[in-house]
Design a binder for this molecule. Structure first.
Ligand code: TYM
Length: 326
């Protein structure tokens, strides 16, 4: 079984990334042959400071290790190190239609209100499809916000296969049962996000304990006192889900445990659970990040392994579309 997922190096990583991304990567690396890609090509769809991007790429490598990826079991690599990603994105960009790319909600959200939007932001989903399809991927661990992109990936694979003959495997997503969409603590009807959320409502993976406590304690909750999930109480529902993610309990167990305790005590406990989860990650991250040669060696080895598979798929795809072999 092949596992593939990608994550952008830019933007401070947060509890939502942990829930939909990191913890699922660590769990799925045991299901089979796993590839985890730091998608730097995706990051430049919006303007980036070059030096900050370079740092962020190594930061993310260290976070992937600190949250449990084992380079002995998983292939961890940087997207720009494997040039097949950009090449395959071109093929899939010629399969995707203007109409379907225009319907992508992430594109709509990120381009809304902007004077100028890059063509790369628009064609971004074709690159994401290339990432996944190059590895003949079976399972893609992601959060709910990537659902539409995954569906598009399947559609592009199907269209390519029916036009040119069987080339790409159709991948399936793996979403977490709880915490597939972690919400902003200050505006709980928006997803937690470094680009679209509030700074106070975004729980940073590397925030120090005091910052974590302050953010969780000041989370906006609804009027009422009952620690119970419901659609019209997004604030408390989100905190229950976060507690479940942080502790491994089910939301039902948490509701039962806090029956009748009120929001104040509950928030204190959520804050402590988040600190207990993230503080060891922050400390491990610090140690790993300090050793750049090791990080670079892991990424170099990862890219070499990834390229073997990616090149094999791209060769077949080029042959199918009718390119003359060099
Ligand atoms: P990115 O970098 O924005 O996010 C990385 C992962 O974190 C998940 N995530 C969340 N999960 C739950 N709640 C949230 N609030 C939340 N915010 C983010 C995302 O769903 C994702 O799993 N386009 C992708 C990167 C990508 C990719 C790929 C993913 C490029 N190629 C191939 C999978 C396969 C993105 O921008 O994720």
């Amino acid at each position: 079984m092949r596992i593939f997922s990608g994550i952008q190096p830019t933007g401070a990583k947060h509890f939502g990334n942990y829930s939909g991304g990191f913890r699922q990567y660590a769990a799925t690396q045991d299901l089979g042959d796993a590839f985890f890609c730091i998608v730097d090509l995706h990051s430049i769809t919006t303007p980036q400071d070059p030096e900050a991007l370079r740092e962020a790429t190594l930061d993310l490598a260290a976070i992937l290790l600190a949250t449990g990826l084992d380079p002995e079991r998983s292939t961890i690599f940087v997207q720009s190190h494997v040039s097949e990603h950009a090449e395959c994105a071109w093929l899939l960009g010629c399969i995707a239609t203007f109409g379907e790319l225009r319907r992508m909600t992430q594109f709509k959200d990120k381009s809304q209100g902007k004077d100028s939007v890059s063509a790369g932001l628009f064609t971004y989903p074709a690159l994401m499809a290339a990432d996944i399809l190059l590895y003949q991927t079976d399972k893609v661990p992601i959060g709910d916000d990537q659902r539409q992109h995954l569906e598009l990936t399947r559609n592009l694979a199907e269209r390519f296969n029916s036009r040119y003959g069987e080339t790409f495997k159709l991948p399936e997503a793996i979403y977490p049962e709880v915490g597939a969409r972690v919400m902003d603590l200050q505006e709980p009807d928006r997803k937690m996000s470094t680009t679209g959320g509030t700074p106070q409502g975004t729980v940073g993976l590397l925030d120090p304990p005091d910052t974590l406590r302050r953010k969780v304690r000041s989370a906006v909750t609804d009027s009422g006192k009952e620690v119970r999930r419901s659609e019209d109480k997004p604030g408390i529902t989100n905190l229950i889900d976060m507690m479940a993610v942080a502790t491994g309990s089910t939301p039902e167990e948490i509701e039962a445990r806090y029956d009748g305790t009120g929001y104040g005590k509950f928030k204190e406990d959520v804050a402590e659970a988040v600190v207990a989860l993230l503080d060891p990650i922050r400390l491990r991250y610090g140690e790993l990040r300090a050793n750049q040669p090791v990080l670079r060696a892991i990424l170099a080895e990862g890219a070499a392994k990834a390229e073997l598979i990616a090149a094999e798929t791209l060769d077949v795809a080029y042959e199918r579309v009718g390119f003359v072999a060099p």
